[in-house]
Design a protein around this ligand. Structure first.
Ligand SMILES: [Zn+2]
Length: 283
């Protein structure tokens, strides 16, 4: 082989080696800088990543920004609130509802069901405990009937007045409300279509047949529900004082079937379903 060619090959190899090395070391430095940056952020939040098992590194910048805006909140609440999504406006960054079709499904102002979603196993509630024709998913339906039966034995009346609602039904309802009250006000008391828990088939609004459901919390039946609903797997879904988390005003009439174990835990720990979900399900 020609000497010149050999020399030029060797020279190319040497030059390539240095070039590649340079690129790699630049990349390495970049990674080190990034690491230092992340560590600073962790330090700012008191190294919460090591203490909170539902911490998500992807949300680090959101945690910091939310903490700066809410200095009095504990770090664990900062992480929880951001995971729930309430560092953002309701109805932004929306996603399809997780665990649809099960009694664990999460539907709120960030998680929706599709237009064509209809739950399986919808069954009509016994008319003794419901206005006629109201349906829930069968597990919730059976539990609700047990609950209402037990209440009746104690001389109380708990009646389902609104249960499963289709996407189209919710759409008509919401559009009626925004015509009457405007979007901002309607959003406070009504879900947008797809975002209503009633579409899951696991939510039920109740009254006592006499008092308007709006005043359900003035009744003996409400008191009974607060003490007993969890034994049948139901939770008060939109409690007082948690409006910033659920996105809904206090609704003493709206209950959600989640199963006995979760309902009991939620009641004992004074949680909303959002708080429960993002602490224990979403890791
Ligand atoms: Zn409701």
């Amino acid at each position: 082989m020609n000497k010149k060619i050999i020399i030029s090959i060797i020279a190319t190899i040497i030059i390539s080696f240095f070039t590649i090395n340079k690129v790699f070391s630049k990349e390495k430095q970049k990674n080190i800088n990034k690491q230092i940056n992340i560590e600073d952020k962790f330090n700012f939040l008191g190294n919460i990543n090591k203490k909170i098992n539902y911490f998500k590194e992807d949300y680090l910048d959101r945690y910091i920004s939310y903490k700066k805006r809410n200095k009095s909140l504990s770090n664990s609440d900062v992480v929880l609130h951001v995971n729930i999504g309430i560092d953002q406006n309701f109805y932004t960054n929306i996603k399809e509802a997780p665990k649809a079709g099960t009694n664990y499904v999460l539907v709120n102002k960030f998680y929706y069901l599709n237009k064509d979603y209809i739950p399986n196993n919808l069954e009509e509630i016994d008319n003794n405990y419901s206005v006629p024709g109201k349906k829930l998913v069968n597990t919730a339906k059976i539990s609700f009937e047990f609950l209402a039966k037990k209440a009746k034995e104690e001389g109380l009346t708990i009646r389902a007045i609104s249960t499963y609602r289709s996407y189209d039904y919710q759409s008509n309802l919401y559009n009626k409300y925004i015509k009457e009250d405007g979007v901002e006000k309607a959003d406070k008391y009504s879900a947008r279509p797809g975002f209503s828990e009633h579409q899951t088939g696991f939510a039920v609004d109740v009254d006592n047949k006499i008092t308007n459901y709006n005043n359900f919390d003035t009744t003996k039946e409400y008191k009974w529900m607060l003490e007993n609903a969890h034994k049948y797997g139901f939770i008060l879904r939109y409690p007082k004082g948690k409006e910033h988390i659920t996105g809904y005003m206090y609704e003493p009439w709206h209950y959600r079937y989640v199963g006995v174990n979760i309902a009991t835990f939620i009641k004992q720990n004074n949680l909303t379903y959002e708080e429960y979900y993002f602490k224990y399900f979403d890791k």
